[in-house]
Design a protein. Sequence first.
Length: 474
Amino acid sequence: MPNTPALFEPVRFDGKQLRLLDETRLPEQEAWVSIEGLRGLLQAVERMQTRAFGQVLALAYGLILGEREGFSPQQVIQAFASARPTFPFGGIGRQIISNVQPGTGISEAALSFIQATLKIRRTRAERLAELLPDPAYLLTHCHVSGELGLALAIAKEAGKRVKAYPTLTRPYGQGVRLSAPEFFSLGIETELVADNAVLQIVASGKVNLVVIGSDRSNQQGDILNKVGSYTVAFLAKAFHVPLFALIQEMGADKTFPAPLPIEFRDPKEAEPPKLTVPVEYLYPSFDVVPGHLIAKRIGFFGVYDPPPVMSDDSLTPFRIEVQANKRIPSALSLVVGHPARDETGRLIKRLRAVERPVLVLEDLPALGGVTLAGRLRQEGLETYLACDLMAGFFFEAGMVAGVHAGILQGAQGRLSKGAASASLLAKTYGIPLEAFGAELYGTKEENLFRMFGAPTFEGKIPVFPGKPFERLPL
């Protein structure tokens, strides 16, 4: 068997000493820290030293420590929920409690849960490895707590040619901080993809598969996952690249509510690191990927083919409803690309004329959209920012009323990376599109590793595409 990625099992306990992989130090340092008691474990969770699947393991081991220290399972679960309110500790805790057998305690149930969960995760990774084509050139948009890295390593050991293209995955940058370094360390040929270059890579023929995870699924084939997943799935379908989703069958909904309520997260969570942002981000909490965009759903217990499409109506089996947990504009002018100096005034004049709030995509790698958003705010326009791959969410939610896309001047109609994707979305959703003259705003894709805290890998892992504009016939 190939080496197992550290993040596949980031919390470990030998019965005496609990050790935890400090994810705040990744990818520059793989540091395992010793945890002293339940209090120390809760502090590690609160400081976000462990995340995703690490939090599942932390709760299970926390129940063991809690029993030793005289706390009830309910007290332990409540303490974890208070340490990280956004994570579903309650449901996981109830699942462990329900498995307590007569004559045993919570510790036995927790250990059994950990062993079973690690086993089915490894089985799912093996199942994905078997399903990968040979050669497999895959775009990934999730890290899946080391499971994807394990699957790729298994496929490579089996003799398959494997190359991975992880997206940067804003706003947290899991692709640049976790996936790309992990794949690279496992000996997988890896190339990082800036989020606004997804269209370019699926249209280029360089990838023959897209793989994403899921936070929640239903029996009709739809999934909920990190924001950006819908845009990735939409573009993959548009260019006939199949998409696989890793799902959890346990607790799958029969269907999602219609309309499906989606809240917006704290705008500060979406801000790029070490950068003063002049306007507020709009940060939807998750994305919905309808089943018809998914070629295969790979679960812990089997593989599921896509649901049948019975009519055009079934292509949109649900409707997104934005929760009013804060004031969110309902009709936006989406701006993508950085205007040339002599075009900025005309763009501002046009945006004023349509009298709508403005949403600017940040435009990696140089974040020219952040600069543009600040200028628009100075001109008195109500302006917001969003990460590049969030564009699909705003279209699907019916929040985009018009698109302003940058075309590189003197380049025969070539669109900026993000503008190409937004233009295709606009055409699909029937949204009016206007073009403006754009200019290059930074071209150094390799800065992405430094920007998101992975400078060691700059120069070791290449970045796709290395050019900021792409021709797209629309």
